[in-house]
Design a protein around this ligand. Structure first.
Ligand code: GAR
Length: 189
């Protein structure tokens, strides 16, 4: 069984889809959901699904290194094989990433390499793009830059606000992340 930890910062809809997918003959199971925000809605959803949760609040630490040391220790206690970032909104520093390199995936709401970082939907609309989408990729020390494991595309409509586009992309995320994750863990077995 491939032990999977999921890192969140918010509502956790991708976390729910990932966790729901890990049943039956799926080789992975969710063992821990960690949030850097104590008020993240996803924490309650994880608990409702019977998944252990932990909070490592970045505001409790003097600097990024201290935060990441605690995050690393918290993860180690659950002994995960793989980590999924699912709406985790803290940039992770190179030394943390190196510890989990090759075993950490991220979902990013753009067609990478376009629009790394924040405000992806607004940037796609402002650029006049006619399509947008989502990418699942391996996490490497450079932000939103690791090898791409899968992408899904959606149209951008002329009337779209960033929220409209975000909602359309999020639906595509919910299909893409579980599919790519399953393919990833199957090749680990
Ligand atoms: C998702 O759209 C995800 O792609 C994005 O945050 C949202 C989280 O939603 N992630 C990033 O922007 C990472 N830089 P969720 O909490 O409902 O899964």
């Amino acid at each position: 069984m491939i032990r999977t930890a999921i890192l969140i910062s918010g509502g956790g809809s991708n976390m729910v889809r990932l966790a729901e997918s890990m049943t039956g003959d799926h080789p992975a199971r969710p063992v821990l959901v960690v949030s850097n925000r104590p008020d993240a809605g996803g924490l309650l959803k994880a608990r409702d699904m019977g998944i252990d949760t932990a909070i490592v609040d970045h505001k409790d630490f003097a600097d990024r290194e201290a935060f990441e040391t605690k995050l690393h220790e918290t993860l180690l206690a659950a002994n995960p094989d793989v980590i999924c970032l699912a709406g985790f909104m803290r940039v992770l520093n190179g030394s943390f990433v190196q510890k989990w390199q090759g075993r950490m995936l991220n979902i990013h709401p753009s067609l990478l390499p376009k629009y790394k970082g924040l405000h992806t939907h607004q940037r796609a609309i402002e650029a006049g793009d006619t399509e947008a989408g989502v990418t699942v990729h391996m996490v490497t020390p450079a932000l939103d830059d690791g090898p791409i494991l899968g992408q899904a595309r959606v149209p951008v409509l002329a009337s779209d606000t960033p929220d409209d586009l975000a909602a359309r992309v999020l639906k595509a995320e919910h299909a893409l992340y579980p599919a790519v994750f399953r393919r990833f863990v199957e090749q680990l077995n």
